[in-house]
Write a protein that binds this ligand. Structure first.
Ligand SMILES: [Ca+2]
Ligand SMILES: [Ca+2]
Length: 181
């Protein structure tokens, strides 16, 4: 009986470990820290603002400041689109492509640029080393002359000891790209 109880306890403990709060979903509003002249008010979108990335090869960058090595997954990118679909590449530090998605077509007239779409997960879980890393979201192909509006970014970050701090983790964003790049 004691053995069964111990076995049960161990089993339960493992379940708790697997299911526990070690993977933490953290959302960052794309408009955070961006000069307001480059953001747009959209009443139906998250936090009421988006960052439009309309032109081919334009990109948005947010910097992640890792307090230590952590596993990070790009779980979702929230955006809106208008008319034809676009191709968006997502990468780390200018060289390592995480994944790629196509924006969904949206020809609705009543809610132009205000229907939330989700990229869903891009790539797989990757270990990022301690220090700063740039997450770059770039318009690489488009159907028409307007790309997407970026609403938010959601990452899943491992947090084995409860030390994750979202404020210091999301440590800055930039749009438009600096001149000369
Ligand atoms: Ca578009
Ligand atoms: Ca937003």
């Amino acid at each position: 009986m004691g053995f069964s109880l111990a076995t049960f306890s161990v089993f339960f403990g493992i379940c708790a470990l697997v299911k526990g709060s070690h993977d933490l979903l953290t959302r960052y509003e794309a408009e955070t820290g961006i000069n307001p002249i480059y953001t747009l008010f959209r009443a139906n979108m998250s936090n009421n603002y988006t960052v439009p990335i309309y032109r081919i090869n334009d990109y948005y960058t947010t910097t992640l400041c890792l307090d230590k090595n952590r596993n990070v997954t790009v779980t979702n990118i929230g955006y809106s689109n208008h008319e034809g679909s676009d191709n968006i590449s997502v990468s780390y530090d200018n060289y390592s492509e995480i994944g790629y998605f196509q924006s969904e077509e949206d020809y609705s007239i009543e809610q132009t640029w205000s229907v939330l779409r989700n990229s869903s997960q891009l790539g797989s879980k990757m270990e990022l080393r301690q220090g700063p890393h740039d997450l770059k979201i770039m318009l690489v192909g488009q159907h028409d002359d307007h790309g997407i509006e970026l609403d938010f970014i959601e990452l899943t970050v491992d947090d084995m000891d409860g030390s994750f701090d979202a404020v210091s983790f999301w440590c800055g964003s930039q749009f438009p790209p600096p001149k000369g790049t």
